[in-house]
Every structure is written in structure tokens, then in C-alpha cells.
Design a binder for this molecule. Structure first.
Ligand code: GFB
Length: 272
């Protein structure tokens, strides 16, 4: 089904009448994909959100959870970022299109709650990674990209890997299995109009992440940072206190998560 096509979405909801909807679909990517395809990222993610949320409201969905991303917050938001920072100042330019689409989606959930009394909620995860990730070297996020780069360099005997930017930006990472667990907690226990953050609380610099990936992939060469490529936002660690108050805690550490993602990628030939 093409979620951009409202007629197809309406036909699906009319036929299936889903009681519960977790909206995790969208056009997603890392800093390069976001910064070079801003119109696509804004249009496609806005259309998908509008179609699914509207159809769910019209077909009696009991609860809908809309997923956004930590990039909805201002570039220079106070860290750790509390949900109240939303729209407090300007966005990070490299992913403005995606961020505006996700802000529109979370606001649509809020407005359906206010006008029609719908139990529609939204959650903003931090940078996600894990099995079934996108390992394409241009469109992917940093963690899968580094797994592939270091693996390929080790296999081909190269003694250096080129990374984008300066390596200085800080990022928080959350394994998708921890995210799935958080979403079940939210579906069971959360019913407020304010969006809610889903973060691990564990942040590293890109250079530190590269060292973790080098150790996991047993790459022993040099790291070269290409500062002609964008760094993006300097830091975006989330304040996930409101979610922790619901009893959720992440269980997968970054090193353990990188290790199991690498094992999954090898087993599923994800680098070819
Ligand atoms: O994960 P990433 O692409 O997106 O980049 P963001 C994170 C950081 O890693 C940036 C650096 O500072 C990149 O310069 N980096 C270093 C690399 N080497 C690489 C590489 O080989 N590939 C990639 N991709 N990055 C995204 C948003 O921002 O965060 C999305 O664009 C979404 O919309 C996602 O919100 C969660 O973390 O900068």
C-alpha cells in the first residue's frame, strides 16, 4: 500500500478498521539524505502522517501512536532536551524538511485529541539503530554506515576509513528492541497531548562511536575525518524523565547493541 495515496489508505482503514495503530512509516535517512532531499522528506512524511491519522480518526481507531524523531527540537535546545523545548527556536537546517513534517504529525495528533477526543499520542525517539537497518553508505544513519565502512575496510585490507564531519558532535543512540518495549509501555500507559521523548540517556561523540565500531568490527586502521561534510546539530540528548516515570528503562547498552547489530548484519549479508 502506498501511504502517500489517501484513497489507498482510506480503503485499507475501511476494510480493516484497526483498533490500534503505531505509525512508524516514513521516508527516513541520515544527514546526507535529509539535507539533499528536503522537499521529498517534507512532502512524503507530511502526506503519510495526514493520511494515516485522518483515516484512523474516521474509522474509529481506539489508540494511535505517531512516531517522530529528536530532530524536531531546536538546533540549540537546552540539553538534555525536554519536550517543552518544541518550537522554542530554529531547527537544524540539514533536516528541517523532515522535522517540519514530524512536527505537523505530532500536532495533528494533539488537535484530534482536543477537537474529537481521540486517544492519539506521539513519541519522539532519539537516534535509532539495530537489525533491519539501512546500511546504504549514502542514505543511512551514522551507526549502520560506520559498521559497513569498518567491515568493508577490514575485509579489503584498507588501513583507513573516511568519516564525515569533525567527529565532535554528540549523539544519543537507542536500540530498536528497547524502542519497541517503550512503545508498548506508551500504548498501555500514556494518554497525554504532549509528545513524549524516548531516549537511552547514553550519548557519545561520533569519534567515540567510531572507536566502539572499530573495536566491534576488529578494524585496526586509522580514522580520517572529512570536515567538508556536515556535522549537523552539535548535540541532541533527550530528557526522557517523563517516560521513565511510567516505568520504562532501556536494557541494551550501546556496545552490546552495536555488537548484536553487527552479528545480525553478517548473518543476513546486509553489507552486500
Ligand atoms: O546519523 P546521521 O546521519 O544523522 O549523522 P543526524 C550523525 C553524525 O554522524 C553527523 C556523522 O555529525 C555526521 O556528520 N557521520 C560521520 C556520518 N560519518 C558518517 C557517515 O558515514 N554517515 C552518516 N550518516 N553520518 C538525523 C536526521 O540527524 O538524525 C534525521 O537527519 C533523524 O532526520 C535522525 O532525525 C534520527 O543524527 O545528524
Amino acid at each position: 500500500m502506498n501511504l502517500i495515496d489517501q484513497a489507498q489508505v482510506n480503503a485499507f482503514f475501511a476494510a480493516e478498521k484497526p483498533e490500534y495503530v503505531i505509525h512508524a512509516a516514513g521516508l527516513v535517512g541520515g544527514i546526507m539524505a535529509n539535507s539533499t532531499r528536503q522537499a521529498d522528506f517534507l512532502y512524503e512524511n507530511m502526506m503519510v502522517a495526514a493520511n494515516v491519522i485522518r483515516a484512523a480518526a474516521e474509522r474509529g481507531t481506539r489508540k494511535l501512536l505517531f512516531l517522530g524523531s529528536s530532530c524536531i527540537y531546536p538546533k540549540f535546545a537546552k540539553q538534555p532536551i525536554h519536550e517543552s523545548e518544541l518550537l522554542a527556536s530554529g531547527l537544524e537546517p540539514t533536516n528541517e524538511g523532515y522535522a517540519v513534517a514530524k512536527i505537523a504529525g505530532l500536532k495533528l495528533c494533539t488537535m484530534y485529541r482536543r477537537q474529537y477526543g481521540k486517544d492519539f499520542i506521539s513519541a519522539m525517539p532519539t537516534n535509532l539503530y539495530g537489525p533491519n537497518d539501512n546500511f546504504d553508505l549514502v542514505s543511512s544513519h551514522v551507526l549502520p554506515a560506520l559498521l559497513r565502512k569498518f567491515h568493508d575496510a577490514k575485509i579489503s585490507g584498507k588501513n583507513e576509513v573516511i568519516l564525515w564531519g569533525t567527529g565532535k558532535p554528540l549523539r544519543e543512540f537507542l536500540h530498536v528492541d528497547d524502542l519497541a518495549d517503550a512503545l508498548l509501555t506508551l500504548m498501555e500507559k500514556y494518554g497525554d497531548e504532549q509528545t513524549i521523548n524516548v531516549g537511552s540517556g547514553e550519548e557519545v561523540s561520533i569519534a567515540e562511536l567510531a572507536r566502539i565500531v572499530a573495536e566491534v568490527t576488529e578494524f585496526q586502521g586509522d580514522l580520517v575525518f572529512d570536515s567538508s561534510k556536515p556535522d549537523g546539530t552539535p548535540r541532541k540528548i533527550l530528557d526522557s524523565g517523563r517516560l521513565r516515570n511510567l516505568g520504562w528503562e532501556p536494557r541494551i547498552s550501546l556496545v552490546e547493541g552495536v555488537r548484536n547489530t553487527y552479528q545480525w548484519a553478517l548473518k543476513n549479508s546486509a553489507f552486500t
